[in-house]
Design a binder for this molecule. Structure first.
Ligand code: PMV
Length: 309
């Protein structure tokens, strides 16, 4: 029989990033890129992590400082599942680009949790998987809203609001929504951007609460536009969201360049996705995705066309 490899989904946030940390709604959807993990028996002592594509082959050591935060996440996950003393080999196949605002770290955590649960016959509900991935995300990001681990776990088109547990509502998409993902050459600085917004908010809560409220409302409007397949309106809302993200100072030079290229080539809307600073943009392109992707590649950036559903 065909074996399904345990997976954590990559995602894009369509609207609402950053404001979501302050209780606003956000909309996110899975992308076909995912992290996969496999756990197998090992003759050797200890826990071996192998990520061939990144040149990682390590035995987990307590207290060691690692270049990849994945080791700290892994330690926490093993501890929470009571598996620290087992011998095993964990292989990871990372098909979500790292630090691009596409949910790489959360999908990695989810893939590993699922692979461990399968191997050691631990029954976990979706909520428990997501919650554990959230704990491991907090280790890396501090104040995460929980949207990344939720998407990585459920892999569905969702309207999300943070909480314990978060409120999630699946959006019914009449037809796939075609987007172009444009990648900058700079890493997304999620933690830095989240703390920049926090400082600004602390210095002027009234002003920033207004921006978050504005974003919350346009996200709710966008949820309706998605379910009605009103892409013109969705695009307009994405453009306004980008303006408000700019007001929060989480945009950047490369992001602005990509957004401009996308709009000039006929995208209905374009904005950064995820933490910002660097990372990725998304452009809503029902008709002209090829043209937009080509224009992005022509100036030396990478672009992927994908359908959200
Ligand atoms: O950059 P990413 O994919 O980790 O997305 C972060 C989304 C934020 O809203 C900026 C932070 C959060 O925890 O929701």
């Amino acid at each position: 029989s065909e074996q399904k490899i345990p997976t954590g989904h990559g995602k894009v946030i369509l609207l609402g990033e950053h404001a979501v940390v302050y209780g606003a709604h956000a909309i996110a959807a899975p992308i076909p890129l995912a992290m996969q993990a496999m756990v197998s028996d090992s003759d050797e002592d200890g826990i071996h992590l192998i990520i061939s594509r990144w040149g990682v082959e390590e035995r987990l050591q307590k207290g060691k400082e690692y270049r990849y935060s994945i080791f700290n996440s892994l330690s926490l996950i093993l501890h929470e599942l009571g598996l620290e003393k087992e011998n095993m080999k964990i292989e990871v196949f990372p098909y979500v680009p790292r630090a691009m605002g596409l949910g790489g770290s959360a999908s990695l955590a989810v893939a590993i949790i699922r692979a461990l649960a399968e191997k050691f016959k631990i029954k976990l509900s979706l909520e428990e998987i997501s919650q554990l991935a959230y704990k491991s995300e907090q280790l890396v990001h501090g104040t995460a809203s929980g949207i990344d681990n939720t998407l990585a776990t459920y892999g569905k088109f969702l309207l999300f609001q943070k909480g314990n547990p978060p409120k999630i509502q699946e959006l019914r998409v009449p037809q796939p929504i075609r987007i172009v993902i444009g990648l900058t050459w700079s890493e997304s600085l999620t933690a830095k951007m989240v703390s920049r917004v926090r400082r600004a908010w602390e210095n002027n809560k009234r002003l920033y609460n207004h921006i978050f409220k504005e974003i919350d409302q346009l996200v709710l409007e966008a949820a309706k536009a998605i379910e009605n397949y009103d892409l013109e309106h969705l695009g307009q809302l994405m453009n306004i969201n980008q303006g408000l993200l700019n007001a929060l100072q989480v945009s950047g030079r490369e992001i602005e360049e990509l957004v401009e290229i996308a709009r000039n080539n006929g995208a209905l809307g374009a904005k950064l996705t995820g933490g910002g600073g660097g990372g990725a943009i998304i452009a809503l392109c029902p008709e002209n995705a090829e043209k937009v992707a080509k224009a992005i590649r022509n100036v030396g950036y990478r672009a992927y066309i994908t359908d959200l559903k």
